[in-house]
Design a protein around this ligand. Structure first.
Ligand code: C2E
Ligand code: MG
Ligand code: MG
Length: 714
């Protein structure tokens, strides 16, 4: 999974979790808001409606009081008997008998006053006792009497302040029931009723106004209605507490609301918790994906992607010099082959642990592939110091489960500069590493522009080689293989020759190039065809053709060789394929398959360059080689004193004892020829017995040899 895809997916998922959680919270909050609004509106409306009802009830109560006292006053004032009695000399007595006495204990009024047309008090009793209306009610009473003095149907009625409280006072002119003639200024009858607690209680009961009382100013928390005097000024207030039925209902349902709120809070808490843990889980997943995408699973170091990011980051964030070191393990493949992949993996882990700590300047470490590591140095230590620190790690063999494993390292490094992108830095270090490996094991090479030029030259050469193979310029030269006993040519080895515009290019250069660039299969088959085309004419002689290990690993190789032999009608028994030992180690199974297939039709195999590598006599037997060719490097040392010659002799006798004939390569002197012949080699090859020459020259040489042979027989 790519880093961007993994983190992008996780980020999108985290965002959706946040969005869903936020939606839940929002919906819950909106619902809570709506329900709260509905509840408060209902509570407030119910309270307000009841308060309004109570207000109306209070006013109705006051109106009832007024109406009752008005009725009583009219009943008594508009009365023929009263009119004539008050106009008589016994007015005071009459008034006392009919009204004053009654006031002592009468529910309809607490006091009565009869004021004459001249304003004099004719009779005034309060609760059965005489009193002075003016003293009790003040000048408002006088004004009311004045207003009521004319004949009229309705009494004048007002609340008035008294010493002990408030009283409702109704006044009406005492007049005959049936008004006829124009009446003079009349006496006025006044009844009053005090707003006592009993009156208020009655009012309370009649109008459902609990705790009704009077208050000089309306308290904030109580409902009220003003009681106004003759001037419209509020002299007291009827006050009572609101019943607040909405609030009462709210209180009743409060436990349910509280339970619902607790459930909602728990639900929201749950949603939040679930959302948070899901987001945390996704974040952890994203983190893991990011780590996975930028790290190597085996070693835990950065991978290639992580290394490029680290180079980018370190390059941008520090002003100090930065260098990249690529490290390739030498001999790691042999470790895998010898001990298995599990041990190889353990070795990788041990090295991965050690590399980042090998020098204090190492700022990042990565594993780029099988046995390739990278270190980023940020600091002022010299390249040599860092290279030494790396190579020191490989000085001692590694101890692994009781095994002692030797491994080395090749290093390619490149220094960063302002305008070098991470990818280019990696390319440069890679090129340096490539060169270091070409130079052999344990080498360290720093990038310089000459490497690029070399790479350029190699690329050009590769192009030329491709053309050369296509156009058939590459031709075999043939080097004689002679019998050690008779000196007669018994066979010929085909060696590729490339006469290019730059002069002859050695096969030591273009064969490895063909191997690296994938041209070796085409070149190998071309060489086989050309060699057989010539060798067909050289009856009785064997033909040896060199085969690259890479060709041998191609599963089609056997079939291709057989097809060429069939094309030319060439006897397979005359063909020997020379292979070097490398392939026996790197790809033994495929090598064995190809060898067996071709040996079955009679082709022979020779192990080339024996003695300069690791191949053993055992390998010779194991793979069924028909011949062993001793490498020139061993042959050239044969004359020198020392046990090298003895070892060589012993090797040759061992091979011959096993029935494997031996060819000595690179014979340059007669002495070498003698020593190797004595040692048991049955075939010699080298400049002394014949240099590689063209096919024509070989034909001429063979003709001469035939003539000589015939002369000698004659
Ligand atoms: P090789 O197969 O071991 O061939 C012998 C090499 O030693 C040849 O070098 C030959 O010219 C050289 N030689 C022979 N006798 C003497 C001597 O007395 N003194 C010295 N100094 N050198 C001697 P050459 O032709 O340069 O080939 C080098 C290698 O290139 C060959 O080693 C072989 O491994 C490879 N090669 C050549 N042609 C082909 C080919 O067609 N296909 C493949 N796959 N490899 C080839
Ligand atoms: Mg050879
Ligand atoms: Mg050789």
């Amino acid at each position: 999974m790519s880093l961007n895809r993994a983190t992008g997916q996780a980020r999108a998922q985290t965002s959706s979790v946040f969005a869903v959680t936020a939606c839940f919270l929002l919906i819950a909050l909106v619902l809570t808001g709506l329900v709260t609004h509905v509840l408060t509106t209902m509570t407030r409306s119910a309270n307000e409606m009841d308060d309004a009802r109570a207000g109306r009830a209070a006013q109705a109560g006051v109106a009832a009081l007024i109406s009752r006292l008005s009725g009583t006053t009219t009943d008594n004032a508009v009365w023929d008997d009263a009119y004539s009695a008050i106009g008589s000399a016994t007015a005071a007595d009459w008034a006392y008998t009919n009204w004053g006495k009654t006031s002592a204990n009468y529910p309809l009024y607490d006091g009565v006053a009869v004021i004459g047309p001249d304003g004099a008090v004719i009779s005034a009793y309060s609760k059965g006792k005489p009193f002075q209306p003016h003293d009790l009610f003040g000048e408002a009473f006088d004004r009311q009497i004045e207003a009521a003095a004319g004949p009229r149907q309705e009494p004048v009625i007002n609340f008035m302040k008294t010493e002990s409280g408030v009283a409702l006072v109704a006044s009406q002119a005492i007049q005959p029931f049936t008004p006829g003639v124009e009446l003079p200024k009349l006496s006025v009858l006044s009844f009053y009723k005090e707003l006592t607690s009993d009156v208020l209680n009655t009012l309370s009961d009649e109008h459902e106004l609990e705790e009704l009382r009077l208050a000089p100013v309306p308290p904030q928390n109580l409902l009220s209605t003003p009681v106004r005097d003759i001037d419209g000024v509020a002299i007291t207030y009827l006050v009572w507490p609101s019943k607040a039925p909405g609030t009462a209902v709210l209180h009743n349902v409060y436990p349910y609301i509280a339970t619902a709120v607790v459930i909602l809070v728990l639900f929201l808490g749950g949603v939040l918790f679930a959302g948070r843990s899901e987001a945390r889980r996704l974040r952890a997943l994203a983190e893991a994906a990011r780590f996975e995408a930028s790290h190597d699973s085996l070693s835990g170091l950065l991978n290639r992607h992580g290394l490029l990011s680290a180079l980018d980051h370190l390059g941008n964030s520090s002003n100090t010099a930065m260098s990249l070191y690529l490290i390739d393990l030498d001999g790691f493949k042999a470790v895998n082959d010898a001990w298995g992949h599990a041990v190889g993996d353990d070795l990788i882990r041990i090295i991965a642990d050690a590399l980042p700590n090998c020098h204090r300047d190492i700022a990042a470490a990565a594993r780029l592939g099988g046995d390739e590591f990278a270190l980023v140095q940020v600091g002022f230590a010299t390249r040599e110091e860092v290279e030494k620190a790396i190579l020191d790690l490989f000085m001692e063999p590694f101890k692994l489960d009781g095994r002692t494993i030797e491994a080395g390292a090749s290093i390619g490094s490149a220094a960063s500069a302002a305008d070098i992108a991470p990818l280019e830095l990696l390319r440069r270090a890679d090129m340096a590493l490539y060169r270091a490996k070409e130079n052999g094991k344990g080498h360290a090479v720093a990038y310089n522009s000459a490497l690029d030029q070399d790479r350029q030259r190699i690329a050009e050469l590769e192009g030329e080689l491709r053309n050369a193979i296509g156009s058939g310029i590459i031709e075999p030269a043939f080097q004689p293989l002679v019998s050690a006993s008779t000196g007669m040519i018994t066979g010929l080895e085909a060696l590729a020759r490339w006469p290019s515009a730059r002069g002859n290019i050695s096969p030591e250069i273009f064969i490895p190039l063909a191997e690296k660039s994938g041209l070796i299969d085409a070149l190998g088959i071309h060489m086989l065809r050309r060699s057989i085309a010539h060798a067909k004419n050289w009856d009785g002689l064997t033909l040896s053709v060199n085969v690259s290990p890479i060709q041998l690993c191609n599963p089609d190789f056997g079939a291709q060789v057989i097809a060429v032999l069939e094309d030319f009608g060439f006897d397979p028994a005359r063909l020997t394929l020379e292979i070097t030992e490398g392939v026996l180690i790197t790809n033994p199974d495929q090598a064995r398959r190809s060898i067996d297939q071709l040996k079955n039709i009679g082709i022979r195999f020779a192990l080339d360059d024996f003695g300069c590598g690791y191949a053993s006599i055992g390998a010779l037997r194991q793979f069924g080689f028909d011949r062993m060719k001793i490498d020139r490097s061993l042959v050239s040392g044969v004359e020198a004193a020392g046990n090298g010659a003895d070892v060589l002799r012993a090797t040759i006798s061992l091979a011959t004892a096993l029935g494997i004939p031996v060819t000595a390569e690179g014979i340059e002197t007669a002495e070498q020829a003698a020593v190797l012949r004595d040692a048991g080699c049955d075939q010699l090859q080298g400049y002394m017995v014949g240099k590689p020459v063209s096919a024509d020259e070989i034909s001429r040489k063979l003709l001469q040899e035939d003539l000589r042979w015939e002369r000698e027989r004659a």
